[in-house]
Design a protein around this ligand. Structure first.
Ligand code: NAD
Ligand code: UGA
Length: 464
C-alpha cells in the first residue's frame, strides 16, 4: 500500500515532533495531528511559531516549514481518522492512579478510547500503529476492540515505539539509531509493516529499520527504558559510595565508560532521573512481571526506582544537614526545574521532589528556569498534594532571572543542567549571597575548583 494520508491521535511531546519530521521528510504524505485538547492544538497552529506548545531545539523551523503544506493540527478527530490510511496512536499512557494496579500499571483508558473511536469512524481498511509506549500484549486488546465494534473493515495493528529523548527529539528523529516495527507474521501483517517501512525509508537507511513480531516490539520499548534508567541508578548508587570514600564519580564513570563493553553514554551521576517515562515504564514492567508470578524479576527492576527515590531524597537531606540542620525561613535558589536541559517538560522532575522536601522544612524556594514558568512549577507542587495550593504559593517564589533568584540566598541548588548556568558571572552571584554561600550542584555542572576559589562552599554529586 502506498501511504499518502496519515493521522496521528495525540499532539504531545511524541506526536507533535514525530509527525512534524514525517511531514518534513515526506512532502507527498498529508499528515494530520489531532488532539482533544483545544488549547494545545491552537498553540500548534499559533501564527507566532515561538508559541508552539513544546520546546525542542530545531522543532520550530521544521513546523514552520511543513505546517499548512502537508502538516496540519486539528481537533476534528473523526475527519482525520476517516481520511487516513495509517493512524498513529500517540496518546499518554500514565501510571494508573486508581483501582487495580494503582501506582504501577499503565492506564490504558486513552488507548481504548482511541480504538473505539477508530472502530466507530473507519469505513475502509486501515493500519493502526501503536506509537505510545504500551504493556506487552496491548495490541491484542486493541485488535479485539477494533474487530468487535468496527464496521466490518480490516485493521492491521503495528507496534512502532518511539525512542526519541526530549531535548534532542529532532536530532533523534532525523537520525534514529533504529526504527522498530512489529507486526503480525501473516501476509497481511507483513504488508502493513512494509507500508510503514516505506514511510520511514524516505530518510532512514533500510538497515536501521528493524522488523519484529508485535510482542517483541512492545516489550523492547519497556526494556530499552529500563536498561537506560538502570544505568543512571547504577552510577547514582556508586556516587553515594564515592562521597564516603573520596573516590570521584566523574572519574569512575570515565574509567568504566572507556570499556567498550560498558560504553560512556548515560553514566552521568545526578540528583536522580525524571521525565514522564522511565519511572512509569519500569513500574509497568514490574507490574507485568508480578502478574506473571515472576517476583524476582519484578524486585530486580523495582530496585532501579527505589535507588532513584533515594538519590532525590538524599540530595534534599544533605542540603538541610549542611545548612546547620535547619532551612526554616532560609532562601534557597533553585536553578532549573525541567527534568533535563533543552526541554520545557517538568513531568517527574527531581526538582519537584527536592522542593517538596525543602518546603516541608519551611524553606523559601526561589525558582529560575529558562523555559519553565512559575505557574507550571506551582502546579507540579500542587499535584503532589502535600499541602494546600496557597501554602505552595507562599513557599515557592518566582524570579525574573537567576541573579534575582540568588540574591540574598543562603544556598543555590542546581537541578537542571542548562548550558547558560555555566556562563553566569558566579563572582557576582557570590557577592550578592548570604555567607557562607552554599552551592549544591545536582548535575555536576560547574567547575568545583573555580567555585571554591570564589569562596563558595560547593558540593556536587559523587565527590567531596
Ligand atoms: P503527552 O501527554 O505530551 O501527549 C499526549 C496527548 O494525547 C495529549 O495532548 C492528550 O490530550 C492527547 N489525547 C489523550 N487521549 C486522547 C484522545 N482520546 N483523543 C485525542 N487526543 C488524546 O504525552 P507524550 O509525552 O507525547 O507521550 C505519549 C506516549 O509516547 C506515551 O505512551 C509515552 O510513554 C510515549 N513516549 C514518550 C516519550 C517522551 O519523550 N515524552 C518518548 C517515547 C515514547
Ligand atoms: C528517555 C529515553 O532516553 C528515550 O530513548 C525514550 O524514548 C524516552 O525516555 C521515553 O520513552 O519517554 P527522556 O526521558 O526524554 O528519554 O530523557 P533522557 O535523556 O533519557 O533523560 C531521562 C532522565 O535521566 C533525565 O532526568 C536525565 O537528566 C537523567 N539522566 C540521563 C541522568 O541523570 N544521567 C544520565 O547519564 C542520563
Amino acid at each position: 500500500m502506498n501511504i499518502t494520508n496519515i493521522c496521528c491521535i495525540g499532539a504531545g511531546y511524541v506526536g507533535g515532533p514525530t509527525m512534524a519530521v514525517i511531514a518534513e521528510k515526506c512532502p507527498h504524505i498529508k499528515v494530520t495531528v489531532v488532539d482533544l485538547n483545544e488549547k494545545r492544538i491552537a498553540a500548534w497552529n499559533d501564527k507566532d511559531i515561538n508559541n508552539i506548545p513544546i520546546y525542542e531545539p530545531g522543532l520550530n523551523e521544521i513546523v514552520a516549514h511543513a505546517r499548512g503544506r502537508n502538516l496540519f493540527f486539528s481537533t476534528d478527530v473523526d475527519k482525520a481518522i476517516d481520511e487516513a490510511q495509517l493512524i498513529f496512536i500517540s496518546v499518554n499512557t500514565p501510571t494508573k492512579t486508581y483501582g487495580t494496579g494503582k501506582g504501577m500499571a499503565a492506564d490504558l483508558k486513552h488507548i481504548e478510547l482511541c480504538a473505539r473511536q477508530i472502530a466507530k469512524v473507519a469505513k475502509n481498511d486501515k493500519i493502526i500503529v501503536e506509537k505510545s509506549t504500551l504493556p506487552v500484549r496491548t495490541a491484542e486488546a486493541i485488535k479485539s476492540i477494533l474487530d468487535n465494534t468496527g464496521n466490518g473493515v480490516q485493521f492491521q495493528i503495528l507496534s512502532n515505539p518511539e525512542f526519541l529523548a526530549e531535548g534532542t527529539a529532532v536530532v533523534d528523529l532525523l537520525n534514529p539509531d533504529r526504527v522498530l516495527i512489529g507486526g503480525e507474521t501473516t501476509v497481511e501483517g507483513q504488508k502493513a509493516i512494509d507500508a510503514l517501512v516505506e514511510v520511514y525509508a524516505n530518510w532512514v537507511p533500510k538497515d536501521r529499520i528493524l522488523k519484529t513480531n508485535v510482542w517483541s516490539s512492545e516489550l523492547s520499548k519497556l526494556t530499552a527504558n529500563a536498561f537506560l534508567a538502570q544505568r543512571v541508578s547504577s552510577i547514582n548508587a556508586i556516587s553515594e559510595l564515592c562521597e564516603k570514600t573520596e573516590a570521584n564519580v566523574n572519574e569512575v564513570a570515565k574509567a568504566i565508560g572507556m570499556d567498550s563493553r560498558i560504553g560512556s553514554k548515560f553514566l552521568k551521576a545526578s540528583v536522580g532521573f525524571g521525565g514522564s517515562c522511565f519511572q512509569k515504564d519500569i513500574l509497568n514492567l514490574v507490574y507485568i512481571s508480578k502478574a506473571f508470578g515472576l517476583h524476582e524479576v519484578a524486585d530486580y527492576w523495582e530496585q532501579v526506582i527505589i535507588m532513584n527515590d533515594h538519590q532525590k531524597r538524599r540530595f534534599s537531606k544533605n542540603i538541610v544537614q549542611t545548612l546547620y540542620n535547619t532551612v526554616s525561613g532560609k532562601k534557597i535558589a533553585f536553578l532549573g526545574w525541567a527534568f533535563k536541559k533543552d526541554t520545557n517538560d517538568t513531568r517527574e522532575s527531581a526538582a519537584i521532589y527536592v522542593a517538596d522536601d525543602l518546603i516541608n522544612e519551611q524553606a523559601s524556594v526561589a525558582l529560575y528556569d529558562p523555559k519553565v514558568s512559575y505557574q507550571q512549577a506551582l502546579s507540579d507542587l500542587d499535584y503532589l498534594d502535600t499541602r494546600t495550593p496557597a501554602e505552595n504559593e507562599k513557599y515557592l517564589m518566582a524570579s525574573g532571572d537567576a541573579y534575582e533568584a540568588c540574591q540574598n540566598a543562603h544556598a543555590i541548588a542546581i537541578l537542571t543542567e542548562w548550558d547558560e548556568f555555566k556562563a553566569y558571572d558566579w563572582q557576582k552571584i557570590y557577592d550578592n549571597m548570604l555567607k557562607p554561600a552554599f552551592v549544591f550542584d545536582g548535575r555536576n555542572l560547574l567547575d568545583a575548583d573555580k567555585m571554591r576559589a570564589i569562596g563558595f562552599v560547593y558540593q556536587s554529586i559523587g565527590s567531596r
